[in-house]
Design a binder for this molecule. Structure first.
Ligand code: PMT
Length: 404
C-alpha cells in the first residue's frame, strides 16, 4: 500500500525479545491512529513472530535482511530510512540498544536507523539486571543525548521470572510517543526560520581579535532540529568548528557587522528569528592591515559599539512574526532576560546562567524560557533537547500568531 499524501509513515523495528508479540498490537494501534506502517525485523525477532504476521497486519512487505531487497530497490535501507516520518524500535533489546548507541550498522534495522533523518523512538525491553547495568544506562543516556526518544520500560514480573524494570512499556505509551514525534516531524513545514549562532570575531589586526567562547552548538542544534521539522532554515553563523547542519542554508560570517547584514537580509523573508549568537558588543575602533609587532602593541585599544542586531530585527517586526532572543548572564538570568524581552521586543527570551560550568561550549545547558511574566525553568539538558523544547514553544507561537 502507498501512503496518501497527508498520511505519515511509521517504520516499526522489531528486535528479538519476548515483547516482540506486543509489537503486533503496537502496529495495530499505530494503524488505528491513521499511520501507514511498515515493519523491519531483525533475524532474532523472526524467532518470536513471523514476518507473515506483520505482513498480514500492515499489508506491506516486511523487510528482514540487507541482502533480500525488494525488486528494483538496490539500497533498501536508504529508501526505508527516507520514507519514514518516524521510526520506532519496539521491543529494543540491550544488544540493539548498544549497537545504536555506538552507531553500528550490521543488519537492515541498525543500518536503516543510522541512515534515517526521522525522529527515532526506542522502547527497550530486557531482563532487569541487563537494564540496570551501568553500561546499558550509559547507552540509554548517550542515545537520549543524541535526540532519541526513550520510552522507559515498565516494572513487574518479567518473562524470565525476575521481578523489576525491563518489561516493554505499555503499547499506548509507545504509540503516544510516536504520535508526538509525528506531530513534531511536520509542525514547522512552511515556516521560514532565521537562526544566528556562534561568536563574532572583531579583528584588531589580521591575527588578533576580540571574541568570545561560543561554540555555535546551541544555534546549530536549533537550526538542524527546525529543518528536521520541515522549516525553511537560514543559519547565519559566526566562526565555528562545526559542520553545516543538515537541511539548513548556511551563511558564514566573521564580524558583527557582517552578521547584521546577513541577518537583516534573511529577516526580510523570515517568519521566525532565533538569535542564539553571542555577538560581540564592541569592536576595535581601528583595524591594522598588517600584524602589529609585539613591541608596537598599544597599552589599550579604543573600542566602539557594535549594532544590536536582535534589537533591529525586533524593531522591524509588526508583531506578526516570532522573535526569540537569548540572554547569557552571570547575575539574575531571569530578571535580565525579562529586561531584554522588552528592550528588544522579543516574544521569548532563553535565559542561561553562564557563571558556572554550563553555557559556552558545553554539550548541555540549563535554561529558562522567559515570556512576559512567566519564566519556565528547564532541567539541565543536552543542547539538542533544548532545541526541541524551544521549537515546541516557537511552533505554538507561530500557530497563535497565525490564528491556526
Ligand atoms: O554557542 P554555544 O557554545 O552553544 O553557547 C551558547 C550560548 C551561551 C552562546 C547561548 O546560549 C547564548 O546565551 N547566546 C546569547 C549570548 C549573548 O550574546 O547574550 P547577550 O545577553 O549579550 O545578548 C542578548 C541577545 O541579543 C542575544 O539574542 C544576542 O544574540 C543578541 N545580540 C546581542 C548583542 C548584539 N550586538 N547583537 C545581538 O543581536
Amino acid at each position: 500500500m502507498t501512503a496518501t499524501p497527508e498520511q505519515q509513515t511509521v517504520l516499526v523495528g522489531v528486535t528479538g525479545g519476548i515483547g516482540a508479540y506486543k509489537a503486533c498490537e503496537l502496529v495495530r494501534a499505530l494503524m488505528r491512529c491513521g499511520f501507514r506502517v511498515k515493519v523491519v525485523m531483525t533475524d532474532a525477532a523472526t524467532r518470536f513472530v513471523t514476518p507473515l504476521t506483520f505482513r498480514t497486519l500492515t499489508r506491506e512487505p516486511v523487510a528482514t535482511s540487507l541482502w533480500a531487497d525488494e525488486p528494483g530497490d538496490p539500497v533498501h535501507h536508504v529508501s526505508l530510512a527516507q520514507e519514514a516520518d518516524v521510526v520506532v524500535v519496539a521491543p529494543c533489546t540491550a544488544n540493539v540498544l548498544a549497537k545504536l548507541a555506538h552507531g553500528r550498522a550490521d543488519d537492515l534495522l541498525t543500518t536503516t536507523v543510522l541512515a534515517t533523518e526521522a525522529p527515532v523512538v526506542l522502547a527497550p525491553a530486557m531482563n532487569v539486571h541487563m537494564w540496570r547495568k551501568e553500561v546499558t544506562q550509559r547507552n540509554v543516556d548517550a542515545l537520549r543525548a543524541r535526540g532519541f526518544v526513550i520510552v522507559a520500560p515498565g516494572s513487574g514480573e518479567l518473562a524470565c521470572g525476575d521481578v523489576g524494570e525491563g518489561r516493554l512499556a505499555e503499547v499506548a505509551a509507545i504509540a503516544e510517543a510516536v504520535e508526538a514525534e509525528a506531530r513534531r516531524a511536520r509542525d514547522l513545514a512552511g515556516v521560514r526560520v532565521l537562526v544566528t549562532a556562534g561568536p563574532t570575531y572583531e579583528p584588531i589586526d589580521p591575527v588578533r581579535f576580540i571574541g568570545n567562547r561560543s561554540s555555535g552548538k546551541t544555534g546549530y542544534a536549533i537550526a538542524e532540529e527546525a529543518a528536521r521539522r520541515g522549516a525553511d532554515v537560514t543559519l547565519v553563523s559566526g566562526p565555528t568548528a562545526l559542520p553545516d547542519p543538515f537541511g539548513a542554508r548556511v551563511v558564514r560570517v566573521t564580524t558583527a557587522a557582517e552578521m547584521r547584514e546577513a541577518a537583516l537580509s534573511a529577516w526580510a523573508d523570515a517568519d521566525v528569528v532565533i538569535a542564539s549568537a553571542a555577538v560581540s558588543d564592541v569592536r576595535p575602533a581601528a583595524r591594522s592591515s598588517g600584524k602589529i609587532k609585539k613591541d608596537a602593541l598599544p597599552d589599550s585599544i579604543a573600542l566602539e559599539r557594535n549594532p544590536d542586531i536582535l534589537a533591529e530585527l525586533g524593531a522591524a517586526n509588526d508583531g506578526s512574526r516570532v522573535v526569540v532572543g537569548f540572554a547569557a548572564e552571570t547575575g539574575d538570568p531571569v530578571a535580565e532576560a525579562r529586561r531584554k524581552l522588552e528592550a528588544k521586543r522579543c516574544d521569548l527570551v532563553v535565559a542561561n546562567d553562564v557563571s558556572g560550568d554550563l553555557g559556552f561550549g558545553t554539550d548541555a545547558n540549563r535554561v529558562w524560557f522567559v515570556t512576559g511574566d512567566a519564566a519556565e525553568e528547564l532541567p539541565v539538558l543536552d543542547k539538542r533537547a533544548i532545541a526541541r523544547e524551544l521549537l515546541d514553544r516557537v511552533s505554538a507561537l507561530v500557530r497563535r500568531k497565525r490564528g491556526t
